[in-house]
Design a protein around this ligand. Structure first.
Ligand SMILES: NC(=O)c1ccc[n+]([C@@H]2O[C@H](COP(=O)([O-])OP(=O)(O)OC[C@H]3O[C@@H](n4cnc5c(N)ncnc54)[C@H](OP(=O)(O)O)[C@@H]3O)[C@@H](O)[C@H]2O)c1
Length: 335
């Protein structure tokens, strides 16, 4: 079978197409014939500098994939050959709080990922794809959509009528917009592009701010909320935007911290004075993903896919992400 591996060299050139044996499922495992992957900023960073993540041997990248069950290992009871399944980001995090052990089961990081024609996944590490979603759509969900749901609804505890601040228009933020819409949560969205702001307005965003034209965008957020601030921020920017996000959140509000897009420093005084809840989030467990799939199916959420790239041209997907031109998700389709 064909598979991409990383681990030697740096930059996108490190991504190499190789021939490997089709893996065999062991007890409690299933063999999945991949139909689609989606990519995340984390996959781009991992490919460009695998060494920084402690990857020294050849590793298959990507966490997010969907496909067809091809064969079953001993003792598998919930699936049969031909079922359509999507992989979970963490193969060992079924429910409850995250632990060091479950963190080590992240696909395309500490263990092989899904950018290969055949992949072995754990029975507990996949979920059925509802009829309403294609393989490409299902493949967009495991990382970005689960993270958005966790940031906004689970750890973010946002309710109908609350206001959320979403930074940028990448995979996590666009899923947060779509989830907010069906949960009745208002959104304020920032972007570097007026054209992208127009697109997110069509998805239901109520206030739009161009963070390039308005570098002090936290003031625009306060103005839009009558000086009060938002209930929750989905913080994808990281250290470079965190101080502004803390200014933009209300007293006692939540900042869900997920991103590493920008560098910088932060004075923690405002976090303390405003009693802000600063919550680190790392995707989410399988039972949260199952709940999200039900909500997506029921609400007919249509994942926003900017472009679908063929498996043989996979590098083009990461080049597009690197350019920052995309809106929502980028998919790699297998022939
Ligand atoms: N902790 C977790 O579990 C978790 C899970 C998923 C993602 N993440 C992290 O979350 C971040 C976003 O991931 P993603 O996959 O959604 O990435 P993505 O699809 O590449 O989206 C990135 C977007 O962020 C926006 N952006 C860049 N710099 C910005 C800035 N200074 N201020 C505001 N927005 C900015 C840009 O939007 P515009 O083009 O509109 O300006 C860009 O398109 C990454 O750091 C990723 O590692 C963490």
């Amino acid at each position: 079978m064909k598979a991409y591996v990383i681990g030697e060299g740096s930059g996108l050139e490190a991504l190499t197409l190789v021939e490997r044996d089709v893996p065999k499922p062991g007890p409690g495992e299933i063999l999945v014939r991949m139909k689609a992957n989606s990519i995340n900023y984390r996959d781009l960073l991992t490919i460009k500098n695998a060494g920084a993540r402690g990857i020294t041997d050849q590793r298959i990248p990507n966490s997010d994939g969907a496909g067809i069950v091809e064969a079953l290992g001993e003792g598998v009871t919930h699936y049969q050959a031909g079922d359509r399944v999507v992989g979970c980001f963490f193969q060992d995090w079924v429910s409850g709080p995250i632990t060091e052990k479950t963190m080590m089961s992240a696909l395309g990081g500490p263990i092989d990922g899904v950018l290969a024609e055949y992949v072995v996944l754990k029975e507990q590490g996949v979920l059925p794809i509802p009829e309403s979603l294609s393989f490409e759509q299902a493949a967009t969900l495991p990382c970005a959509a689960v993270t958005a749901w966790n940031c906004l609804i689970e750890k973010g505890e946002a309710n109908a009528g609350d206001i959320a601040l979403l930074l940028g228009t990448g995979g996590v933020s666009i899923f947060a917009q779509q989830i907010a819409k069906f949960c009745g949560i208002q959104t304020i969205v920032t972007s570097s592009s007026d054209e992208k702001l127009e697109r997110v307005k069509k998805l239901g965003a109520s206030t739009l701010i161009n963070y390039r034209d308005q570098p002090d965008w936290e003031n625009a957020v306060l103005e839009a909320t009558n000086g009060k601030g938002v209930d929750v921020v989905i913080e994808v920017g990281g250290a470079g935007t965190l101080a502004k996000s803390v200014e933009a959140v209300r007293i006692g509000g939540t900042v869900s911290l997920v991103g590493v897009l920008t560098g910088g420093t932060i004075d923690p005084t405002s976090i303390m004075r405003k009693s802000v809840k600063l919550q680190g989030i790392y995707v989410g467990p399988q039972d949260m993903f199952a709940k999200l799939i039900r909500a997506i199916d029921y609400n007919e959420l249509n994942p926003v896919i900017e472009e679908t790239v063929a498996f043989d041209n996979a590098k083009d997907a990461y080049r597009l992400m690197e350019s920052g031109q995309h809106f929502g998700k980028i998919v790699i389709a297998f022939s």
